[in-house]
Design a binder for this molecule. Structure first.
Ligand code: 5GP
Length: 186
């Protein structure tokens, strides 16, 4: 039997660029498997079922929780998100590295359930930069943007709970730093 693989969690505030970093890894480090989350959020036009997310309704999500099919789950910005347990367990048991890209509440659950998981926090270069990204094109109502900024401030305060911090000054540099952590080469 090989040694169990390493479980790495990438987290950080909304808008920091977690999904861009994971997209870069997918292209440049196909050897790093990352979990595909289940969500009740509607599919975006560019997303592929089973590749980006598994899209389910609220009843199915509740069933998955009830039947113990999720490693962790969280309610975030009006939708449910969760990590399917079985594929993660299988890969770790085979000694293969696993990457989860999840929000902060989920990262805390993983910390409790898998104490030796490596928790990595992706941080923006500055609050102003994050604010600029979260405001987007400025076409959304002021209260929606304000809620987003308030949530991001709370998420940013979680940095100290993480084992490693990567500043997202550029997607490729952040992704390479993450790859080194996931593969245990740093
Ligand atoms: P999005 O709606 O952009 O797919 O994701 C919104 C937030 O949910 C992001 O911060 C993302 O990291 C997080 N997220 C995605 N999948 C999961 C998951 O399986 N569990 C948890 N806890 N958060 C997730």
């Amino acid at each position: 039997m090989s040694d169990p693989g390493r479980l790495t969690v990438l987290s950080g505030p909304a808008g920091v660029g977690k999904s861009s970093v994971v997209a870069f890894l997918r292209e440049h480090h196909p050897e790093i498997w990352h979990s595909v989350s289940v969500t009740t959020r509607p599919r975006r036009p560019d997303e592929v079922e089973g590749v980006d997310r598994f899209f389910v309704d609220g009843d199915e999500f509740a069933r998955m929780i009830r039947d113990g099919e999720l490693l962790e789950h969280a309610h975030y910005a009006g939708n449910w998100y969760g990590t399917p347990l079985a594929p993660v367990t299988e890969r770790l048991a085979s000694g293969l590295p696993v990457l989860l890209e999840i929000e902060v509440q989920g990262a805390r659950q993983v910390r409790t359930l898998v104490p030796d998981a490596l928790l990595v926090f992706l941080k923006p270069p500055s609050w102003e930069e994050l604010e600029r990204r979260l405001r987007g094109r400025g076409t959304e109502p002021a209260d929606v943007i304000q809620r987003r900024l308030d949530t991001a401030r709370i998420e940013l305060a979680a940095e100290d709970e993480f084992d490693e911090v990567i500043v997202n000054t550029s997607v490729d540099a952040a992704a390479e730093a993450l790859a080194a952590l996931v593969l245990g080469t740093r």
